[in-house]
Design a protein around this ligand. Structure first.
Ligand code: SF4
Ligand code: ZN
Length: 417
């Protein structure tokens, strides 16, 4: 392969070619986040006076001291610009994922306070240290976002107390960002946004992003897509005026269908935003969760990428992912961002949340507050306890037994098939 290298003052190669590179356990110098330590990343606009362009500060011990183990990490980026706009913050923050990944020997997954970062031994031996995260973020934000970023400074924290304290401040902002979207409905806007970012590996795939259905990778909400379009009007996120609604129940609009037909290289003539069974949205491959029909239970199950175990369908996430991805529509399966499970438009054409019969325990815990809120709205206050998980149902037989014992509502809903 030919490697297109970007020249940065760091001791390892830097190129999009390293984006998918994994850092394996045997080759691990240090890791941050996931279940191993607390870690987060955050970016915000400050005033021009508050930001010293190019300043990179490492607070706490560097990575020399550990080998093969985890450390806490806070990546805190301050930017300033004459064209500052709070709505751009999540878009800029999300670039950190790609920027760090493109360094050879650095792996980055996730976002916000759910990141997982690894640095390889080779990278360390070549001289890679924490400050180089700052070097990369500073250089790349200037390179790619010069129009909306005039100054960049980066703080890297590795002391648990600093990370915990800074994270508290960041978490309030993450929450506020989600909150802004929470009051919005698909009916309250006349424009949805497309996302074509995954066409580099799934050439016919388009995500349609609505206020009540985020991109299937979980990284793009409607507000994010809108901001991305404002930053880069010819980029991967385009506005589509919904136009005439063809199927209010399924969630089909004439303009959306026409847009998809054209941008899917004429492979997908129509898409239902709210259905699992009738012309569901296609998937690229980076879905956070798969929602799949469980015919025996007259319902659906959801499984997240991090769940490595077996599901009652007799398939793991990875086994299912093989048949769901690739930019094709697969009735009975959809790839979704996990927050979509708590949306009022979650497979509303099939009856919505009450169809959910199984999900891994971790996923349920991660969504608990939002699920409880939805259950209250649906007047099904104890519904969340009726959703089975791997601790009480691993096979179809066990699942059906559990659902019957709990009088799960899906059993009494109209037949799905
Ligand atoms: Fe965009 Fe969808 Fe890919 Fe996410 S999964 S980057 S929303 S096309
Ligand atoms: Zn994708």
């Amino acid at each position: 392969i030919k490697i297109q290298v970007t020249h940065l003052p760091i001791p390892v190669l830097y190129s999009p070619a390293f984006e998918g590179e994994r850092v394996r356990k045997e080759n691990l110098k240090v890791e941050f986040g996931s279940k191993y330590s607390s870690a987060f990343e955050y970016l915000a606009y400050r005033s021009m006076e508050e930001v010293a362009d190019g300043r990179v500060e490492v607070m706490g011990p560097d990575i020399d001291a550990v080998t093969g183990k985890a450390m806490p990490l806070g990546i805190w980026v301050d930017v300033a610009a004459r064209q500052a706009n709070k709505d751009f913050e999540p878009i800029l923050e999300r670039q950190i994922h790609r920027y760090l990944n493109e360094a050879q020997g650095v792996m980055h997954m996730g976002q916000r306070d759910m990141i997982w970062v690894r640095i390889s031994r080779e990278a360390f031996e070549k001289g890679f240290r924490l400050k180089h995260f700052g070097t990369i973020i500073h250089a790349m934000l200037h390179k790619e976002f010069g129009a909306i970023v005039d100054k960049v400074q980066v703080r890297l924290m590795t002391r648990q107390e600093d990370v915990a304290q800074a994270l508290k401040a960041a978490a309030g902002v993450y929450e506020a960002r989600d909150e802004r979207l929470r009051g919005m409905t698909d009916e309250s806007v006349d424009t949805f946004y497309s996302c074509a970012l995954c066409q580099s590996f799934a050439p016919n795939h388009i995500c349609i992003i609505t206020p009540e259905r985020l991109g299937l990778c979980g990284a793009y909400s409607w507000l994010d897509a809108k901001a991305a379009y404002e930053i880069q009007p010819t980029g991967g996120n385009q506005p589509i005026v919904k136009g005439v609604c063809l199927e209010p129940n399924l969630g089909q609009w004439r303009n959306i269908n026409e847009f998809i037909l054209e941008k899917s290289n004429r492979t997908i003539p129509e898409v239902s935003m709210y259905s699992l069974l009738v012309s569901p949205q296609s998937s690229c491959g980076c879905f956070e969760c798969i929602v799949a029909l469980v015919p025996e239970a007259n319902g659906v199950m959801a499984v997240n990428r991090d769940y490595a175990g077996m599901t009652p369908l007799g398939m793991t996430f990875t086994q299912m992912a093989g048949s769901v991805g690739g930019g094709i529509q697969t009735p009975g399966f959809i790839g979704v961002g996990k927050l979509y499970l708590t949306s009022r438009k979650f497979i509303s054409a099939e009856g919505g949340l009450p169809r959910l019969v199984w999900m891994p325990r971790d996923l349920k815990e991660a969504l608990r507050n939002r699920l409880v809120e939805r259950c209250r709205e649906l007047d099904l206050p104890d519904f969340i306890e009726k959703i089975a998980d791997e601790t009480n149902a691993q096979t179809i037989e066990e699942l059906l037994e559990f659902l019957k014992a709990k009088a799960h509502p899906a059993l009494d809903m109209p037949p799905l098939l």
